[in-house]
Design a protein around this ligand. Structure first.
Ligand SMILES: [Zn+2]
Length: 360
């Protein structure tokens, strides 16, 4: 008799239990690597996003802080705290090459800024007056961080965004153009100072085409200073600038005059500007009495306005003339019409007369 092996098939319940277990084991074996893979992905994600606990707590700190704002006097402290979170990279700003986000507005707005846009966002929120103090503080910190710590990583795009340098303030000149002369030699004669006359100075400066030179006097006499008038047009401005440049190149300009107290024995000169105009003493007094302060663009704008006005006036004049011409034309037509009528009448009379003559 052949040995009888235990045949599980002969025990239906056992068979069911065993086959279920085997199926489960197979399933687990099949699923296990997938679970591992999922864990790995989760881990990678966590690493990639830098969601460390510290980071998480820092983020939570800012987002949960919404409800409780800080007072204006705490802005500085809060800014410093936020800044340190940024510099220690507890808060992440740079996501990848060329992509940045605002860690203080997470989940609120679009979050793939370029460097310049984020800087604009941070500066804008930081500077606005109608934002919560906390929001201002964090964005001030962000803007500082972007400018101080991320500037190198911003790459070449930064060159493109560079904030335009502020326009240099336009010089205000005294109008009509004037020049200032100082250090004219004077001497004391009978208790009063005397010195070179305006006419003599005008001759000396003839190459700059001065219109007139006024020496400035006080009760004590000649002050050793004078004001040069130039022509009231762009040629006058060119002359005044040539006058300024001449003295400057000879080291007898305004800077040289104010720089040291040991002056050379000769006159110093420059074109009169706002500081001379506003100065105390005879120079300022003369300039204020005889001129105004204007920038070159003020004057050219004025000139344009004048030209426009002139064109408008001419157009107006042409219109008036045209109207007059039409009136003349009308009168002429009327006259020639009545002349025609008269001629016709004359012809008619003539014919009647001739007919009369024939009848006689
Ligand atoms: Zn923001």
């Amino acid at each position: 008799m052949s040995p009888r092996f235990l045949q599980i098939q002969n025990f239906p319940v056992l068979h069911w239990i065993f086959s279920s277990l085997i199926e489960d084991a197979v399933s687990i074996c099949l699923i296990f690597p997938r679970i591992l893979e999922l864990f790995k992905i989760l881990l990678d994600d966590a690493l990639n996003a830098s969601i460390s606990l510290v980071h998480f707590s820092a983020v939570m700190d800012y987002s949960s802080g919404e409800a409780s704002d800080i007072s204006d006097s705490d802005i500085e402290d809060y800014e410093a705290k936020s800044y340190s979170h940024l510099t220690t990279r507890k808060l992440k700003v740079k996501i990848s090459e060329g992509i940045y986000r605002c860690p203080f507005c997470l989940g609120k707005k679009k979050q793939d800024y370029q460097y310049k846009d984020l800087l604009q966002h941070a500066t804008g929120v930081g500077a606005s007056n109608n934002r919560r103090a906390k929001l201002k503080a964090t964005h001030l910190a962000l803007s500082k961080f972007l400018k101080n710590d991320l500037v190198d990583s911003a790459g070449p795009s930064l060159q493109l965004m560079v904030v335009e340098p502020p326009k240099p303030k336009e010089d205000k000149f005294v109008w009509p153009w004037m020049g200032v002369i100082v250090n004219i030699p004077t001497e004391l004669v009978n208790g009063k100072y005397v010195g070179e006359s305006g006419t003599r100075l005008k001759e000396q400066l003839s190459r700059f085409n001065p219109v007139k030179v006024h020496t400035l006097w006080t009760p004590r006499g000649h002050t050793g200073t004078a004001i040069v008038d130039f022509n009231k047009d762009w040629i006058g401005f060119k002359d005044a600038m040539a006058f300024e440049n001449h003295f400057e190149s000879e080291r007898f300009g305004k800077k040289d005059w104010y720089r040291s107290t040991h002056h050379q024995f000769d006159i110093y000169g420059w074109i009169a500007k706002a500081d001379d105009y506003e100065s105390v003493g005879p120079i300022g007094e003369h300039l204020r009495k005889n001129g105004d302060l204007k920038t070159v663009s003020d004057l050219s704008n004025e000139e344009h306005r004048k030209k426009d006005k002139l064109v408008a006036n001419l157009a107006n004049e042409i219109e008036v003339k045209n109207k007059h011409l039409h009136e003349l034309e009308f009168k002429y037509n009327q006259t020639s019409l009545s002349l025609d009528n008269m001629m016709a009448e004359k012809d008619r009379l003539q014919q009647a007369h001739n007919r009369g003559n024939l009848l006689i």
